[in-house]
Design a protein around this ligand. Structure first.
Ligand code: NAD
Length: 357
């Protein structure tokens, strides 16, 4: 079968890491008899340089015409002086909204071989963890009414959070279904002791939990969740939460794995077409040096196979290849983090993973 994949390499290390993932997908294609057709489009700073816009129409049209989208990262100091609407990062909100991507899936897994990299205490890390954060991506306070006005104490700024029943139900559905495919445990995180939106969120999640009796369901307040993530991350399987809470908690979850270069993400909507990207940025400090860790992008490609193309065996094959390479002790510089060892380059790490497929 042929799959059309739009490649958004972006800026900084984006091109290096996306090309690594392409090599891995090509190898999977050879091994399992699939054909992946890649078409590159501009996004972010490189798009500003070439067209004056961070998200050219051609890119949006190209992504809409593809079966799935693989993104590297955007941004860098060169474009920092740009006004807000012309910043590379603006393209990310634009492409998510153009593709109707309302769900962000972020796995945070502790690799046994990388235990030393976690900042958590040894007795906590010992238990391991493997959780999935399901974050609502297109609603809530990041998209609510905002502005500046004269208030009780003079000038003030405000942002508002609104969530509709429809938005909560559709993210809830994704979360319960995701829990079903994993260890059947779901924790919904909110701030229902204070926020009206959270009270509606909780009411709807409770009602939905009746439809999924096979999924063990619980609520947790966001402040407690932030503590529990560092105290006992092993208790979590799937977590569902709003846009802003998810933004913050998913970064916390990524930090406790100790390796930003390892973490993948998927953004999904109503169709099978998703957008897959590493959670890290464009790392301008190491761009062009062939030292970036390509694993987060390679694992993002594995998520694409799993969620967009229903190719679970192929996705497992990539994830197991990464596990084996780490077990054998191969590390890029970020994974060594100053410890002894010879770091592999981006292409060498990719070669090692290819050798395991
Ligand atoms: P960053 O994630 O790019 O880098 C943080 C640190 O982690 C750097 O020291 C970097 O070298 C290192 N790092 C990141 N990815 C790595 C990898 N794969 N291998 C090895 N080391 C890696 O975050 P930042 O420095 O805050 O941001 C840099 C630029 O990226 C900014 O312009 C920011 O706006 C942009 N950004 C883009 C995205 C995105 O495209 N989704 C996300 C976050 C930040």
């Amino acid at each position: 079968m042929e799959y059309k994949i739009a490649l958004l390499r972006g800026d900084g290390i984006g091109p290096e890491i996306v090309d690594s993932a392409v090599r891995v997908l090509e190898k999977i294609g050879e091994r399992y008899g699939h054909s992946f057709r890649f078409t590159p489009y501009l996004i972010g700073g490189c798009a500003i340089d070439a067209t004056g816009k961070p998200l050219p129409e051609e890119t949006v049209e190209g992504c809409l015409a593809s079966d799935s989208v693989l993104l590297g990262a955007v941004g860098g100091p060169k474009w920092d002086p740009q006004p807000g609407h012309l910043r590379p990062e603006k393209a990310l909100l634009g492409i998510r909204s153009a593709l109707g991507l309302f769900t962000n899936l972020r796995p945070a897994k502790l690799y046994p071989a990388l235990r030393d990299a976690s900042p958590l205490r040894a007795d906590i890390v010992e238990k391991g963890f493997d959780l999935m954060i399901v974050r609502e991506l297109t609603g809530g306070i990041y998209f609510g009414e905002r502005g500046k006005r004269e208030g009780k104490y003079g000038e003030e700024a405000y942002d508002t959070e609104a969530y509709s029943r429809m938005e909560i139900e559709r993210i809830g559905r994704v979360a319960f279904e995701t829990a079903r495919k994993r260890n059947k445990r779901l924790i919904s995180i909110d701030k229902a002791n204070v926020l009206e939106t959270s009270r509606l969120w909780r009411e709807i999640m409770h009602a939905m939990s009746k439809e999924y009796p096979d999924v063990e369901y619980a609520d947790l307040l966001v402040d407690n969740a932030a503590m529990q993530l560092v105290k006992n991350p092993a208790q979590f399987d799937v977590v569902v939460t709003s846009n802003m809470f998810g933004d913050i908690l998913s970064d916390e979850a990524s930090q406790i794995t100790g390796s930003i270069g390892m973490l993948a993400s998927a953004s999904l909507g109503d169709t099978k077409r998703g957008m897959y990207e590493p959670i890290h940025g464009s790392a301008p400090d190491i761009a062009g040096k062939n030292v970036a860790n390509p694993i987060a992008t390679i694992l993002s490609a594995a998520m694409m196979l799993r969620y967009s193309f229903d190719l679970a065996e192929e996705a497992d094959c990539i994830e197991q290849a990464v596990d084996r390479v780490l077990e054998k002790g191969f590390r890029t510089a970020d994974l060594l983090g100053g410890r002894e060892g010879t770091p592999l380059s981006c292409t060498e790490m990719t070669d090692r993973i290819l050798a395991e497929i």
